[in-house]
Design a protein around this ligand. Structure first.
Ligand code: MN
Length: 234
């Protein structure tokens, strides 16, 4: 079962792998209380330690922040945990190679390599204007917007957010980290391949089979990524 130590590691790994920068965040559902989630206080992900982890209600109310500021976009996490009982971890990022796919309607993010089968038939895009009208900051800063985002996610593994970023989910923390890293890698490869010619994507059947096979192997990547951040910390 995922632990607070894993959540701290996830934050560092996602920074190391170029998914998070000073912004973005990862959370996990509380292992003993499905009606709560765990996430660090408002800070740069690469600086997180176990003391920084705060417990939240699914409506985004912090339980033990003790006055420390929390993330403006925590509603992304809470509303996805509410809508998707199967989801145990959420990564929200501004993953640089994924963002272009959020703004070009004719170029959906699709799985082109076996490591990214979780992208499925193509990533849905959340249009914040549909829920918040014109003139929002594009940030998901309340439960109503969080709920609309969760609706756009549906049963998928990730949802792009127009002009903003991406939110990735999974049934374990390690898998969510893996998917966030490979969403970035697939997006980069898709941009590169598109310059060469027409792309042959994974079929839905291949995407499903590849996901089932590859995602039994996420520990291998996790162990390596974790060791890398522990080494760079010394
Ligand atoms: Mn954001």
């Amino acid at each position: 079962m995922d632990s607070i130590e894993d959540l701290v590691a996830a934050s560092h790994i996602l920074f190391d792998q170029g998914v998070l920068d000073a912004f973005g965040h990862v959370s996990m559902r509380h292992p003993q209380n499905a009606g709560r989630f765990l996430q660090c206080r408002n800070m740069a992900p690469a600086l997180v330690a176990a003391d920084d982890i705060v417990q939240f209600e699914l409506d985004g109310t912090p339980i033990d922040a003790a006055g420390r500021p929390v993330y403006l976009e925590r509603f992304i996490h809470g509303q996805i945990y509410r809508a998707r009982p199967d989801v145990m971890a959420v990564v929200h990022s501004h993953s640089p190679s994924v963002v272009p796919f959020s703004v070009v309607k004719t170029a959906p993010l699709r799985p082109l390599c076996h490591m990214a089968g979780f992208i499925g038939k193509g990533a849905p895009v959340f249009e914040i204007r549909d829920a918040g009208g014109d003139g929002t900051s594009l940030l998901v800063t309340d439960n109503r917007l969080g709920e609309a985002l969760a609706e756009s996610l549906g049963d998928e593994s990730l949802v792009l957010m127009r002009g903003h970023g991406v939110t990735v989910v999974a049934d374990t923390l390690k898998k969510a980290v893996y998917r966030a890293v490979y969403a970035e890698i697939n997006a980069r490869a898709q941009i590169q391949a598109s310059h060469l010619g027409a792309i042959e994507f994974l079929s839905p059947a291949e995407a499903k089979a590849a996901t089932q096979q590859i995602e039994t192997q996420v520990e291998r990547a996790w162990d390596m990524w974790k060791r890398k951040f522990l080494e760079t910390r010394q």
